[in-house]
Ligand binder design. Structure first.
Ligand SMILES: [Zn+2]
Length: 301
């Protein structure tokens, strides 16, 4: 049973919006693409674990602070005897181990997922122990990308390869021990200790002026939207949406990117690239937001 749903990190959403409306500096683009790939891997793994039929609690994407260290656990599956901690990786390509170090096939040393997993599992064990629970933590690095190959993997290393994923999940399903009140308490405690990440930290600097304005398609992110009466049609993918829905989504983007900006009809008019008349924008804002102020000083929250 899923106790904590997998949610897209707000930081990833913000980077997607920035990538759409400005040119991300190379290092931010690299970071964004990695974050996106990592999240897609977690989604992939989640589609397998959400079907688990054994008595278990599934906790996705938790982040904790313990001993002044922040650590994140992609997926935890709490079963009767064991808590399975999964460090999910969506890497593609060929890698190898040599003298306990992890390299890509071109000989560049990379961050070793096993080291990351050992660190996180040690923190998790200490955290659980400090809460007064006795649970065996079994960590695994789970590779979900079928294009991933690892040569010279250390023998018996806790790695689940893409070809073993289904077997891993099927084995979990054979666990017949039932969860008890203690497991419920541990799950509740872990969820309550979640430390939210500031999604605006570590973003590249950006300004309203530096953004490409204009309405974008909800499916393909294209700026090529033409209006036909009450609807907008995407010239690139053919997606049809009401103007109201398009305006609302673009206002949401504006609020995400610039939480301190006051939402006014003129601002949204500009943000939507002048394609929708002020009257319509005013009507949509008035319908979904609270009006603050009077006359020319009106803004929406
Ligand atoms: Zn489209």
């Amino acid at each position: 049973m899923i106790k904590r749903l997998l949610v897209k990190p707000a930081k990833l959403t913000l980077l997607e919006l920035l990538d759409k409306r400005m040119t991300l500096p190379a290092e931010n683009k690299y970071y964004f693409l990695n974050l996106k790939k990592g999240y897609e891997g977690e989604v992939m793994f989640n589609t397998l674990t959400e079907k688990l039929s054994c008595d278990c609690h599934i906790l996705n994407g938790l982040r904790f602070k313990f001993n002044n260290t922040i650590f994140q656990i992609d997926s935890m599956i709490l079963t009767g005897p064991t808590l399975f901690m999964n460090e999910v990786k969506n890497m593609a390509g060929d890698y190898y181990y040599k003298d306990n170090h992890f390299y890509s096939i071109n000989g560049e040393e990379r961050k070793d997922p096993l080291v990351q997993m050992v660190r996180a599992s040690s923190q998790l064990r200490q955290l659980i122990h400090s809460l007064g629970f006795q649970v065996k933590v079994e960590p695994n690095v789970v590779h979900v990308n079928p294009e991933f190959t690892l040569y010279q993997a250390p023998q018996n290393a806790p790695i689940i390869f893409p070809t073993q994923l289904h077997r891993y999940v099927n084995n979990l399903n054979t666990i017949s021990t039932k969860l008890n009140r203690n497991h419920d308490l541990l799950t509740e405690k872990l969820i309550s200790l979640y430390v939210e990440e500031d999604p605006y930290a570590q973003l590249p600097p950006y300004t309203y002026k530096g953004m490409r304005t204009g309405m974008t398609c909800g499916i393909c992110d294209s700026f090529e939207i033409t209006l036909h009466g009450k609807n907008g049609i995407c010239e690139d993918c053919g997606h049809v949406e009401t103007v109201e829905a398009i305006v609302l989504r673009n206002v949401w983007e504006l609020k995400m990117l610039f939480p301190k900006l006051k939402i006014t009809t003129n601002l949204v008019f500009d943000w939507c690239g002048g394609a929708v008349c002020r009257k319509t924008i005013s009507r949509v804002l008035g319908k979904y937001f609270k009006i603050v102020g009077e006359r020319r000083w009106v803004y929406y929250v």
